[in-house]
Each structure stands twice: as C-alpha cells, then as structure tokens.
Design a protein around this ligand. Structure first.
Ligand code: KG4
Ligand code: ZN
Length: 336
C-alpha cells in the first residue's frame, strides 16, 4: 500500500511517500527554523505564511522523488492536530484537495500518536502492552500502549513540555533557537555536578512532570554568575540541567514500568534525538527492557510518521475520513 503523508502542525512543512507503513520512498522536510530563530521561537502567523509558500513545492518534490504514478497511491494521510491552527489548516486543505481531485481516501492522523509510530515502524514484531514516551517541544507524556490506536496516558506535564523547557533554558543561556541541540552540544563531556538543580515535583501526582521549577532554578543560577563569566559557566549549567531532567524522566518511567506488564518502551519526539538522554535511560532502566527509539531523523517532526500511521489507520478503516474533517489544536491521545 502506498500512502502520501503531509505534516504542517508547527514549523516544518513536510511530505513523504511510504510503502506498507515502513518503506520510505521519499521524505521531504522544509524547516522554517532560520525564519523563527529571529524571534527566538515559533511565530504562528509567520509559520502559516511559510506553510502556504512551501506546501506545494514540498509535495511536488516528495512525489517526484518517490517516482510513483498517481494510480498507485492508496491514500492521503495528514496531521489533523494537535498543533497550531493556521499551519494545520494549510496541511489539511492541501490533503483534502489532493484526495478529492485524485479520488483517494483522506486519513486524518494524530501528530503525537505518529511520534510514537516513528519508533514502532522499524520493528516488524511488536508486543503489547508496551510503554510509549513522547518528549517533544509541544508534548510530554508516558503512556501505556494497548495496541496501535489504543493508549492510556499515565503521566504528563503540568506546565512546560520537556523540549519547551530546553528551548527556554537555552534562551536564558543566550543560545539560539531551537535550544535542545545547543544544550546537548555544549554539555557534552562536562562536569554535571558543579551546579545542583532540582527536578520538579507535583504534589499528589508524583508521576507527572513539572518543568517550571527547574527553569527558575537555572534563572537563579544565572543571576548569581557575573555576566562576563556566563559563557564559561554555560556548559556546566547545561550539563546539570540535562542530567536533572533526564534522571527525573528515567525515574518516572521506572516507577510506571513497575506497575505494568510492559517489557518494551517506544520513544519519540525531538528531545529523543539527545544521546545523553538515551545513555541515562539505558543506564537507569532494567536491562531486560527493550528500549526502542525512533531514529534521530524521525524523532523530529516529519511526514514519514504521518504516512506510516496513516497506512495503519487506512487498513482499519478503508473508507478513510470524511472531507468535513477539521483541524484540532488539541486532541487527547486515545482519540482517533
Ligand atoms: O518533535 P519536535 O520536532 O516538535 C514538536 O512536536 O514539538 O520537537 C522539537 C523539540 C524542540 O523543543 C527542540 O529543542 C527539542 O525538540 N530537541 C532537543 C534535541 N533536538 C531537538 N532537545 C534536546 N536535545 C536534542 N538533541
Ligand atoms: Zn512533533
């Protein structure tokens, strides 16, 4: 089965062609990072305008690269949310236009569910229940996966997503957007114990995350350091921040794991590109647990994961979605 995937939830305009939910025939991503960097974060209205300009050339180049006839396409999958309303509308309308004019089924896909699918698509054998962890710029949760399409969220954040906290801390350290890769880079090989930071604790919900306290912790540290010394101290602050956040994530996953029958964990979302995170998880979680990370290129927003999950959804519902499908800025994970 051949599926075209379209992704426009935030600041990447992406289109991919995927065969049978796993073979990538093309994967085109036009990132808007250079434009948004000027503002230190994603500027929604500018993102919408960029998607308008990029959507047709991106789709054209994904189709050209895949080199497949229209007649061979089985469906058009599109991220229906969660995300920014303007960007979502552009991807959804493009997908509807193609599906309508080519007479193909339209498949609306949940973007965060697709982040989990990115970790699953390389594995032909999947046993459930498993745990699914998404750590991205917009989302942070640990869920129990009963099956693809059936999830129970066991832990989430009460304030910032982990990637969002990385971006904000990077800004405080005067590092460019997006901050996650910058923090990882300057923290490599640095002493993690020169500064002490505390992970957040949510009263009565100890498995949930809170990132606002540690951001304040970083701010307090910065304010105590003379400005001319900040550049030299940045790597140690970054290393302490990463270590504290990652150990907290490992601790919560460990606690949740003990309450389930899961022996496999799927990881997706931009923060899962971070090699230090992967190392901490490998060190802290039981050895017999199978940690399945999405490949770094598929951790970040992409359309391969949309097409891949779309394939799965189309097999379950061959008629696809109605053309009245609307974008949703928020969607609970269990919803379809
Ligand atoms: O999954 P993604 O591309 O978009 C969302 O759906 O949000 O994730 C982007 C987020 C950004 O916050 C970025 O700073 C973070 O992922 N990120 C990282 C790394 N690479 C990207 N965070 C930590 N370490 C990294 N290497
Ligand atoms: Zn994402």
């Amino acid at each position: 089965m051949l599926i075209i995937g379209i992704e426009t939830t935030c600041d990447e305009t992406a289109c991919a062609v995927v065969r049978d939910g796993r073979e990538i025939l093309s994967n085109v991503i036009a990132s808007q990072i250079d434009v948004h960097r000027l503002y230190g974060g994603v500027f929604p209205e500018i993102a919408s305008r960029q998607h308008c300009e990029l959507i047709i050339p991106v789709i054209e180049s994904a189709l050209k690269e895949a080199n497949i006839p229209i007649s061979a396409v089985d469906g058009i999958a599109v991220a229906k949310g969660p995300g920014l309303i303007g960007p979502l509308l552009i991807g959804l309308n493009a997908a509807k236009a193609i599906a309508y004019s080519w007479n193909k089924p339209l498949i609306g896909v949940n973007h965060v569910e697709a982040h989990l699918y990115a970790a699953m698509m390389g594995h032909a054998v999947r046993t459930f229940p498993a745990l699914g962890v998404v750590l991205s710029g917009g989302h942070t949760f640990i869920s129990l996966i009963h099956d693809i399409g059936s999830y129970q969220v066991l832990s989430t954040t009460v304030d910032d997503a982990v990637g969002e906290a990385f971006d904000k801390v990077a800004k405080m350290l005067e590092l460019p957007y997006p901050g996650g890769p910058q923090i990882e880079k300057i923290a490599i090989g640095q002493d993690t114990d020169r500064y002490k930071l505390k992970a957040g604790f949510v009263k009565e919900r100890p498995l949930d995350f809170s990132l606002s306290g540690i951001k304040t912790g970083v701010l307090n540290l910065i304010q105590k350091i003379p400005k001319e010394k900040l550049i030299d101290e940045r790597p140690f602050i970054a290393a302490a921040f990463q270590k504290t956040v990652f150990e907290d994530i490992a601790k919560k996953i460990h606690a949740i794991l003990a309450t389930t029958q899961a022996s496999t964990i799927y990881f997706g979302g931009g923060v899962c590109c971070n090699m230090q995170l992967r190392n901490v998880l490998k060190e802290r979680l039981p050895q017999e647990v199978d940690l399945r990370f999405a490949p770094p290129s598929l951790c970040l927003d992409n359309a391969v994961m949309i097409a891949g999950l779309g394939n799965h959804k189309l097999l379950a519902h061959p008629q696809g979605d109605n053309f009245t499908l609307q974008p949703m800025t928020r969607i609970p994970l269990a919803s379809h």
